[in-house]
Each structure stands twice: as structure tokens, then as C-alpha cells.
Ligand binder design. Structure first.
Ligand SMILES: [Zn+2]
Length: 436
């Protein structure tokens, strides 16, 4: 069996004895009346997780191979880094504000300080990391770039590959092939459970996204996979107030309130309707359809609904009402998801009804955004900001609009409006917007 550095292997006592270079620990240890899994840090009761043969096992990280009390977690420690030549090919240019953050991230890393980049959707977050990535890779340090979402990983990997064409860049997510080490690894945050003290730099994109936000196992995995001399960079367009405060305290906060193209974030237009039942009643229908047609004059339309049933009902409703308009739909469990998203990119749909699966990570040119039922629980402030962030992402100005339909005002809607206004104001103050 060949061991790669930083990767955490499930081994037996015999294997530990055979490999003196491995550093190891028991996979499950006693913690008071509880047991604790050392791979995912979950605490559990003995009585809950016992196998018929008497061993204990961890249920929380079963999907990654079962950890039992007879296992050890063995890791080959990282070798000393060796400098190497790494070509960075980036033809774009950073704005002055981006440049400042880009340099700040390198400085922070040198001081072993974690950073949080709080940048609005469409600010060009990835580009601001190239300098830091290059700095680390040229020093021979090992780097992981992760996101909670597979879609985002799949989109980032080729982008990084284009910038570092000669570098081997790995991609790992659930169902990937056996581990092969590369200098730069793009992976889901879940995959970090397989590593220990493996990376000098870990970039975590979209820290506010499901499932990373709120999953303590994944937070543990990030810390556990980080080398003791390393540090993390967290990225988010919608961080929580706590995250902002913590970063501010340690001097690790970088804020970019403006988009790359120097236009304001579109302010959501609020429309209250009495009922959201589909098909819509005659009076609501008339208004709603004329709104939709008005949005379609300038852009295509991303139409978000709260539930899969609503997505499908909305698609049916629009197809019936607007016979000559191309309407499509997508949701998380849709097996044609990739194809449909591709067709949307090719401008095949004028109206694309979707669930929150499209809330982030995807960029279409020339779309307006309508959220139907914006007062539904699923639409948190972070979600609404991300959704609104789909509008006016790239290309020339095209009158992209954001419209929220709702019945009852919610905190999330109110805060989304307020945050958008604040960010625009900050951006204006900092001189990051063009006069319209
Ligand atoms: Zn576990």
C-alpha cells in the first residue's frame, strides 16, 4: 500500500507497525461518557453505535468509509516544501480595489492570519486570489480550493487550470477516483474530511452556502486539514454578522462592495399580491403577465419559485398563457439539469423557472430576476441576495431588474433591501461606481 502525504488513511494496528513513517491516532477515542470520532469530531453515545462484534463506529461520516474503534487514522506528514517555477497566465486586469485586496491576502498569509473576503456577487473574487495562489505554489506549498457545492468546484477547476496551465490541478468530489496528489486541489468541503495537516493554504468559497454553513463537521474538517503553519481564506458575498465581526477583530476582513463592471447592484422592486396560488386568479394574472412581458423586453428572465411543485406549476401556467414565449424549468432533482442549464446559457429559453438550486455559482448574461413567493421560509436573506445577484452580472448595461413577489413582508426581504442599499452607498463613497 502506497501512502501519500497529508491523506488520512484508515489503517489497522498491524499496518501502523509496518510503517514507521506514519503518524497515527486511534480513530475513535473515549471522551467522558461519550465516544468521539477523530475524523469528523462527532461525539456519540456508546450504546447508540455498536456493531454486533462489539466494536463502535461513527455514523456521522459513514459515507466516507466506516470508521470503527479498531481503526487508526494514519497520515504521512508533509515533506518540506521545495521552491519551483510556476507560470501564471492571466490576461485580465484587476481594478485598483481588487489589487489592494489581492496584495492584502498575500500579506495576511505571510503573517499566518486567516482572511475573509466579503465581496458582492460579481465582484471577481476568484481573480483576487491568483496572486496568493501563485505565491504559495511557487514556494512549493500545498493548496486546496474548496466550495460546499459540486457545481462550483466543477466550474472553478478549469478556470484555475487556464491560469496555471502547466500545473496539475486535481478535482475531487463525491464519487471521484482514488486520491492522487496534485500541487493544487479543487474539492468540495466534504472531501477535506480525508485530510489532516495537508494544506498550507485552504480557500473556502461560499462559506454561507449549504451544507458548509451550520455543519460543524465541515468546519472541523477545514481546521483539521490545515497545516499548523498554514492559514485559510474564506470567501462570501453574504457572510453572517458574526463572521464579519470575527474577521474585523483579527484584521482579516477585506470588503469589496462593488462589482467588476462598476454598476450598482439592482435594488429589488417589491410587489405584494393577495395570493400565490397557481394558476393565478384573473386580476393578479393580468398584472403579473404584463410585468413578465415588460421584463422580457430587455432581458431573459430567471424566475425563482420556493418549491419544486411551484416551479413546475409556474412553467405549465406560463406555457399556457404565453404560447409564443420559450419557457423552461429546472430543479435540484431534475436529471436533465446540466443540459437545461446549458440551453439557458445558449439563450434557448426566454423564461427559465427554477428552484434555489440556481441561486449561486451560475452566471447568465442579460437576465432579469423574478422571485415568486419571496416571503417563503426558504428565501433567507443570504439566498435572496444571491438570487438578486444573478441580475446584471456581465456584459453591457441592459436594464436588468430584480422583482420580488410576496404576500407577507418578511425580515429577509427587508434586510435584503437594506443590505443592497448599504453596499451601493459604500461603493459610491469609495468611488467604485461609474456615474449612470
Ligand atoms: Zn466520524
Amino acid at each position: 500500500m502506497e501512502f501519500y502525504t497529508g491523506y488520512q488513511y484508515l489503517v489497522t494496528k498491524a499496518e501502523v507497525r509496518k510503517n514507521s513513517a506514519l503518524s497515527f491516532q486511534k480513530a475513535i477515542t473515549v471522551d467522558g461518557v461519550f465516544l468521539r470520532c477523530r475524523r469528523c469530531n462527532t461525539k456519540f453515545l456508546k450504546s447508540e453505535n455498536q456493531l454486533p462484534d462489539g466494536r463502535y463506529y461513527c455514523r456521522a461520516c459513514m459515507a466516507f468509509g466506516r470508521v470503527t474503534s479498531s481503526h487508526y487514522l494514519g497520515v504521512l506528514p508533509l515533506a518540506n516544501p521545495k521552491k519551483k517555477t510556476v507560470d501564471l497566465i492571466f490576461c485580465g486586469q484587476l481594478t485598483a480595489a481588487q489589487k489592494k485586496i489581492s496584495q492584502g491576502l498575500v500579506e495576511n498569509f505571510k503573517q499566518q492570519r486567516a482572511s475573509l473576503v466579503y465581496a458582492v456577487t460579481g465582484a471577481g473574487k476568484t481573480e483576487m486570489l491568483f496572486e496568493l495562489l501563485h505565491y504559495c505554489l511557487a514556494k512549493g506549498l500545498s493548496v486546496a480550493f474548496c466550495s460546499p457545492r459540486v457545481d462550483v468546484c466543477c466550474e472553478i477547476q478549469p478556470r484555475l487550470q487556464a491560469v496555471f496551465p502547466k500545473l496539475e490541478i486535481g478535482l475531487r468530489h463525491y464519487g471521484a477516483k482514488p486520491y492522487q496528489p496534485t500541487s493544487l486541489l479543487v474539492c468540495t468541503t466534504h472531501q477535506l474530511l480525508y485530510f489532516k495537516a495537508a494544506f498550507h493554504l485552504i480557500v473556502v468559497d461560499e462559506i454561507d452556502a449549504f451544507p458548509y454553513a451550520g455543519d460543524q463537521r465541515l468546519h472541523f474538517a477545514v481546521n483539521n486539514a490545515l497545516h499548523k503553519t498554514g492559514s485559510c481564506v474564506f470567501l462570501s458575498a453574504t457572510p453572517s454578522e458574526t463572521e464579519i465581526k470575527v474577521a474585523q477583530k483579527t484584521g482579516g476582513l477585506f470588503c469589496l462592495p462593488a462589482r467588476f463592471h462598476r454598476r450598482q447592484l439592482p435594488l429589488p422592486k417589491l410587489i405584494r399580491i393577495k395570493t400565490q396560488k397557481l394558476p393565478l386568479s384573473y386580476r393578479i394574472k393580468k398584472k403579473f403577465l404584463s410585468q413578465v412581458m415588460q421584463l422580457l423586453q430587455h432581458n431573459h428572465l430567471l424566475l425563482f419559485c420556493a418549491t419544486v411543485q411551484q416551479v413546475l406549476a409556474m412553467e405549465k401556467f406560463l406555457k399556457m398563457e404565453l404560447g409564443n414565449v420559450a419557457v423552461g424549468s429546472v430543479h435540484a432533482a431534475d436529471c436533465e439539469r446540466q443540459t437545461k442549464v446549458k440551453r439557458m446559457r445558449q439563450n434557448k429559453f426566454q423564461i427559465f423557472c427554477c428552484s434555489t438550486v440556481m441561486e449561486r455559482g451560475v452566471t447568465f448574461a442579460n437576465v432579469s430576476v423574478l422571485v415568486f413567493g419571496a416571503d417563503h421560509l426558504i428565501f433567507t436573506q443570504a439566498t435572496l441576495l444571491q438570487i438578486a445577484g444573478r441580475a446584471d452580472r456581465k456584459g453591457d448595461f441592459s436594464n436588468s431588474e430584480v422583482v420580488f413577489y410576496f404576500t407577507q413582508m418578511t425580515n429577509a426581504i427587508r434586510k435584503t433591501l437594506q443590505t443592497t442599499k448599504n453596499l451601493n452607498q459604500q461603493a459610491k463613497k469609495a468611488g467604485l461606481l461609474n456615474e449612470m
